[in-house]
Design a protein around this ligand. Structure first.
Ligand SMILES: [Zn+2]
Ligand SMILES: [Zn+2]
Length: 348
């Protein structure tokens, strides 16, 4: 089922209001608590419009649907979960992409709105004197788009078993000679270890190298998932399942667990670990959505993608520099230099 939440006052379309637990109507500014919206819908006093997803949906390829608000054609691919109608701009939420295996457990809602995101991009330290003027233009800033990115949060609990030997050295003197005795001790240790909420970006579209820079997110701001948080933002289902990424994340965590366990051995001057093994007693992956503001800056025929953490405001990406601005600044510096040289020449 496709869902659109309607404003009870004016019939406009409600969107999630960042940093709150409310939806807002961009038309009349009326706000509704998400709880109220959900309650009204479950009571049958619907605040929304629903539309059918095409019956032949097989989970692959492009699918043609209709926007419940205006009836216009809505073309989505097999991953589209939250999108906008290209005609009436209403946020369309595609139910099947948030249910079953795609049902998220929690979401970290956007903490600030588009206007604030635009200001953060404009005043970002990654821009400067040589940034093309077009970057701060209304046309560029209008492209700022909020996207919920699918993530897995992995948690592991296990017993780290270490085997090896501990070495302690004793130095004694006999006349001028220094004698070093080394005591060898058999070493065996079991250490309980837990790692919680280790994030992994489950989307192919978002480059890991950028996403890693944007972390961390404040996980205390995660809330139980409900559909209204998605309204007004783009979202796709995950490309990589929890099983797809588990091995990679677990091997990273396992190295940390083993190094933590080694850190608990303090009674020897040196340690040789012959064998380290982790026996897992619990492994979990939680499906969540994280908020990212995106901006694709187009300059001289090239695209420069920028990403902003929608919770902390951290930005990653590269903005090109303007050759024209560089030339003008160099020209002015050159002129000033000659002017000073000329004036000094006249004085002395
Ligand atoms: Zn309204
Ligand atoms: Zn529409």
């Amino acid at each position: 089922m496709i869902r659109i939440y309607k404003c009870p006052s004016c019939g406009g379309v409600l969107q999630y209001r960042p940093g709150t637990d409310e939806m807002v109507c961009p038309n009349c500014k009326n706000t509704q608590a998400i709880q109220t919206v959900l309650q009204m819908n479950s009571d049958g006093k619907s605040t929304g419009l629903t539309g059918v997803e095409s019956a032949d949906y097989a989970g692959t390829g492009v699918e043609n649907m209709a926007c419940p608000a205006c009836g216009g054609p809505l073309t989505v691919d097999e991953h589209t979960a939250s999108t906008f109608c290209p005609y009436c701009k209403s946020p369309n939420l595609i139910g099947s992409r948030f249910s079953g295996q795609y049902r998220p457990s929690r979401v970290l809602p956007f903490q600030f709105d588009k206007k604030e995101a635009q200001n953060k991009f404009k005043t970002w330290k990654g821009t400067g004197l040589l940034t093309p003027g077009k970057f701060k233009s209304a046309a560029t800033m209008d492209k700022v788009t909020g996207v919920y990115v699918p993530y897995w949060l992995y948690s592991y609990t296990g017993n780290v078993h270490l085997q090896g030997e501990g070495l302690n050295m004793r130095v004694t003197r006999q006349g001028d000679d220094e004698i070093i005795d080394t005591d060898h001790y058999q070493l065996e240790r079991n250490v309980q270890s837990t790692y919680e909420s280790v994030p992994a970006d489950a989307s192919e579209k978002f480059p890991d190298e950028n996403m890693n820079v944007l972390e961390p997110f404040d996980y205390s701001k995660l809330v139980n998932f409900s559909l209204p948080y998605m309204a007004g933002f783009l979202a796709d289902t995950y490309d990589y399942s929890a099983a797809d990424l588990n091995e990679k994340i677990r091997s990273q965590v396992e190295r940390e667990m083993i190094s933590d366990a080694q850190g608990t051995i303090t009674e020897y001057q040196a340690v040789n670990i012959a064998n380290a093994q982790v026996n897992y007693t619990d492994q979990r992956a939680e499906y969540v959505f994280m908020p990212i503001w995106t901006l694709i800056f187009e300059y001289m025929g090239k695209k420069y993608p920028l990403y902003m953490n929608g919770e902390s405001g951290e930005i990653d990406g590269v903005v090109p520099y303007s050759k024209l601005k560089a030339l003008v600044i160099f020209g002015i510096a050159f002129a000033v230099f000659f002017l000073i040289a000329f004036l000094l020449g006249r004085v002395f």
